[in-house]
Design a binder for this molecule. Sequence first.
Ligand SMILES: C=C(O[C@H]1C=CC=C(C(=O)O)[C@@H]1O)C(=O)O
Length: 456
Amino acid sequence: MHKFRVQTVTLTADSKPAALLAMQPDFVINSVRTTQPTALDFWETARLLGFPSALWRLPNHHDKHLIVSLDKTLPRLSVDLEELPAGFALSPFDNLDTGTDSPARTLFMRADIHAVFSEAGPASHTVSPQIGELGEAAEQFQTLLTDSQSRPAPKRPIPSRPVPLPDPEAQDRYMQGVAKAVEAMQRGELRKVVLSRTKRVSFTDAPNAVAVFDQLCATYPTAFVSAVYLAETNQIWISATPERLVSNSASGIFQTVSLAGTQSALEPDGTPKRPSEAMWSQKEIEEQALVSRYIIECFKRIRLREYLEEGPKTIIAGNLMHLSTCFTVDTQAVRYPQLGTVMLRLLHPTSAVCGMPRDAAFSLIRRSEIHNREFYAGFLGPVNIDSSDARTTRYDLEQASAATNLFVHIRCMKLEGNVATLYAGAGLTEDSVPEREWQETEMKCQTLLKVLNEMP
Ligand SMILES: C=C(O[C@H]1C=CC=C(C(=O)O)[C@@H]1O)C(=O)O
């Protein structure tokens, strides 16, 4: 049996983050329970009751976090990291949030219930005494969760392998869109645009989202892996993204990353390549430099000069390699505590998912893509949640106690019943070759498809 820590705390809507982060469990039971609730128990209980929930694992971490909101309808708001309580944010791509007169579009899931699943440390279960204060909904949840532990595990049919739903025109359609975008760039209308496409697959039965999440965690230890259940639309969004958008550590360290340029991380015979062996073309170097330039322009707009720029270097993201540059700011040293909130509004959507200039790219995407991106190429992640992890690597010590960790929502899929829609885009410049860009989106779809195909 796995030993794991399950920590359940309840939060009230009007509590302030600092107070919440300091909140200590009131009692700890250090005895091993034979029927510890699992992440699946929490997840299924939330789904049965129609409560939105989010399950995630940070890059290079081991702990898995799950929160449940007892609000069935999630509020849409403009992210203000200084004001929000602990929770999970999920933004659509179409969210040019200026924090003033633009409509608030980011869904916010308050962490009414928060469980941490860890394979390290003693088995323990902590419950805040305020669980009763959230009223009937919390009690209902507790009762059903307790019941689920005494019931035998539900017998689920083994889901089939994903079968692609035919879309014979998909490749031509995508390549024509790329060719038109290249013409627009050659005419000087814009410098870069990211065009995306979808790929739909079906299963004989709806896959178990928690099992897929676990498998993604095991396969991609350096990715941010998540599964989000949206009760209102009955959608589950699952992703394993390599791209950090904004992180704000408890000690005031801000980080963002520019990511672009793609090539396979595997040799044709399937053996892994070493990052030092990666050869990047002029087109890819320029494509990634444009994302870095976009970030630097955001810093310039707020007259921030004291940032550390590291890169570009080659990073491995599952089956792929990218070029990555990391930007770090000590917000205490520059006396800019609200930098995370300000930069989030300036950065999204970055030119890793939209293009340059941003507005021209945004409108080309609108005209060219036939699907709605919804939450693909938006951002998501925990807000004001302590994610310390007993087995965090030294490299990640800075992020270990990070309070907010938002990622660009790529390498993702939307699950509706037994159909999954995968999303993938490719950054185009005037040197793009349509066939190659199509192949790149195919490789990006493989990040999730490979795992779905190999589910035990
Ligand atoms: C837009 C996606 O990836 C972005 C991130 C890294 C590399 C990219 C590229 O090489 O085009 C994209 O900008 C996606 O995976 O859907």
